[in-house]
Design a protein around this ligand. Sequence first.
Ligand code: SF4
Length: 289
Amino acid sequence: MNYEGMVYRPPSEAYSLIIQATVGCSHNKCTFCSMYKDDTFKIKPVDKIKDELVEAREYYKSVNRIFIADGDALAMKQEDLVDICSFIGEVFPECDRIGIYGSPNSILRKTEEELIELKKLGIGILYLGVESGSEKILEAIKKGVTREEMIKAGQRVKKSGIKLSITLISGIGGKELTREHSLESASIINEISPDYVGLLTLMVEPSTEMYQAVRDGKMTLLSPEEVLLETKLMVEHINIDKCVFRSNHASNYINLAGTLARDKEKILEQIDLGLSVSNLSDKEKYRRL
Ligand code: SF4
C-alpha cells in the first residue's frame, strides 16, 4: 500500500484494511494536536485510490472492514466518496462496514440525504473528535466550530443512521476549566447521544501551541487524581442510553469500559477504585513538562 506520511486510525479499526484517501487534516489548527503538523492536506485522485483497492484485493482473501483514512476523509466531494464506496462494494463484496473520520465542518457540509446515501453504500461508522463540550474550550483549542455547530454535526450523523463514535479529551481545559469541561462535555454527550464515546487523556506534545501555553503558565495541567475526578463528574452527569463508553486508550490512567446507562454505577466504582490507588503519582511525573 502506498501510504503518505503518518497514517492514523481509531483503535477499533485495528483489524481493518486502511485505505488512505486523503493526506493530513483539512483543519490542522487545533492547539493540542501534533498529528499532521508536517503534512499539507490533500485529497488523493480517485483513480489512485481505486488502484490501491485493487492491489489490496490481491493480498487479502477476506476483508470485513475497511477504514478510509486520513484525518478528515469526509472532506472529499460527495461524488468521489460515492464512487469509492461503490467501488469497495464491487471489489470487496464481503466487506460489512466502512469507517471514516469526519471533522465537524466536513459533516456540516454534507446534507442528511448525502450521509444517508453514504450509509447505503456501506459507511457504517463515523469518528468525530468533539474534544470538549465547553464553548470556551472549543474556542481556546481552535477547534474551528462552536458547541452548537458540534452538536448539529453529531446529530446529523445520528439522524442518517450511520453509527457515531465521538472522542473527548480529559484535562483539555486544564485546572482552570476542569469543572466546566466535565459538565459541558456530559451535556454535549447527552445532546448528541452518540453510539460510542471514547475518552482520551491529554498528552501535551512539544510541537504544539498548547505546550507553549503550559510553559507560559496560561494553562495548568491536571494531576492523575484530578483527571479521575473530572471523569467522575462527567460520567455522573451523562444521562443517555445504549452508548458504549470507553476510556482505555494508552493515554488513560485507568481503563474504564461499559455500556451507559446500564453500567454507570460500575464505571463510577472503577473510578473510585482508581482514586484509591496511591501510586498514580508514578505516572504523573511522565506528564510534567
Ligand atoms: S481536527 Fe483533528 S486531526 Fe485536525 S488538527 Fe484538530 S485534532 Fe488534529
